[in-house]
Ligand binder design. Structure first.
Ligand SMILES: Nc1nc2c(ncn2[C@@H]2O[C@H](COP(=O)(O)OP(=O)(O)OP(=O)(O)O)[C@@H](O)[C@H]2O)c(=O)[nH]1
Ligand SMILES: [Mg+2]
Length: 292
């Protein structure tokens, strides 16, 4: 049997071999279809928020709590700018100080070249990790724009992290993140100004129809973390939010598919030269996909 066959990688990964797991995920990321059983629904938490809000520090706290409670935690950090994947973002590794490494797996994934959609194979990776016995899968992504949405819309629980020195929640509102976020962690509650930040976030949510709960935490001191975990674990599925997430992931997948089309550049060119209307351009692409 070939050593690196999908079958043997899967079997070894199931027995805890991290190198096999990493190789398996690389194959998936490179577009290989692997036929894995689907016996259970993955448990996935998406964590997003502006740069430096404390997402990685907070994730370390969550991972540490779950790993102490005999849960195995896989963290997928989606880096929108890095062309390198498979390795680890040094900073993020360095922040994993509380978690028990035996129970935690970390992997960074490049979002480059995915044409604004969901990174290659992300959903497949999640399912594989779940089948291999990773009980908690956390996706970290930076930012509060449309692109980050596409990434975390594959999660069924979404946590937005903000803090006193940031206050980007209004930008998140504009981008529509609040519609899909289940919870907002207002991090760095140990810093002065944190109460004012909570208030400004809550004020920003006052017009929202289905506002997420805002919870003050300090990932540095651990304050409020158990409360946050309790909220994450007891979260009721919210149909409106899961519908909003499904729409985003579908639309992003469509956009990415369109951009990958071999006709894309020609159609854009023809529209820009007024040779065809954008409606005709869309029809041309549709026709192309209809023939596939
Ligand atoms: N005072 C204080 N500092 C914190 C807290 N949480 C994180 N930090 C600090 O904030 C900085 C950024 O933390 P990260 O966890 O790297 O933030 P991030 O959101 O993952 O950052 P990116 O991945 O670069 O977007 C670090 O210096 C942390 O030590 C907190 O609760 N209180
Ligand atoms: Mg980070």
């Amino acid at each position: 049997m070939e050593l690196n066959s999908i079958f043997s990688l899967f079997a070894n990964a199931k027995h805890g071999d991290r190198r096999s797991l990493a190789k398996l995920l690389t194959k998936i990321e490179n577009g290989e279809e692997i036929d894995i059983p689907t016996t259970k629904a993955a448990w996935v938490l998406g964590v997003t928020g502006p740069p430096g809000a404390g997402k990685s520090t907070l994730i370390d706290r969550l991972a540490s709590y779950w790993s102490e409670n005999r849960q195995r935690v896989a963290i997928l950090a989606v880096d929108p700018s890095s062309p390198i994947s498979g390795g680890a973002l040094l900073g993020d590794r360095a922040r994993m100080v509380h978690s028990n490494p035996a129970q935690v797996f970390f992997r960074s994934i490049s979002a480059r070249g995915n044409h604004g959609g969901i990174p290659n194979g992300l959903e497949h990776m999640i399912q594989t990790l779940s089948e291999l016995g990773w009980d908690r899968i956390i996706i970290e992504t930076v930012g509060v724009g449309q692109g980050e949405f596409a990434v975390i819309s594959v999660a069924d629980r979404i946590l937005l992290v903000d803090g006193p020195d940031r206050g980007d929640v209004l930008q998140a509102e504009k981008a529509g993140i609040l519609e899909i976020a289940d919870l907002i962690a207002c991090n760095k509650s140990d810093l002065p100004g944190s109460l004012a930040a909570m208030k400004s976030i809550e004020d920003g949510l006052s017009y929202s129809e289905n506002p997420p709960a805002v919870i003050g935490v300090s990932s540095l001191t651990g304050d409020g973390i158990e409360n946050l975990i309790h909220r994450i674990e007891t979260m009721e599925p919210d149909l409106a939010k899961s519908t909003a997430r499904a729409k985003i992931s579908l639309e992003c997948s469509m956009i990415s598919r369109i951009r990958k089309s071999p006709l894309y550049d020609d159609v854009v060119n023809d529209i820009s030269k007024n040779k065809i209307t954008s409606k005709e351009g869309a029809e041309r692409l549709e026709e192309y996909y209809g023939r596939l």
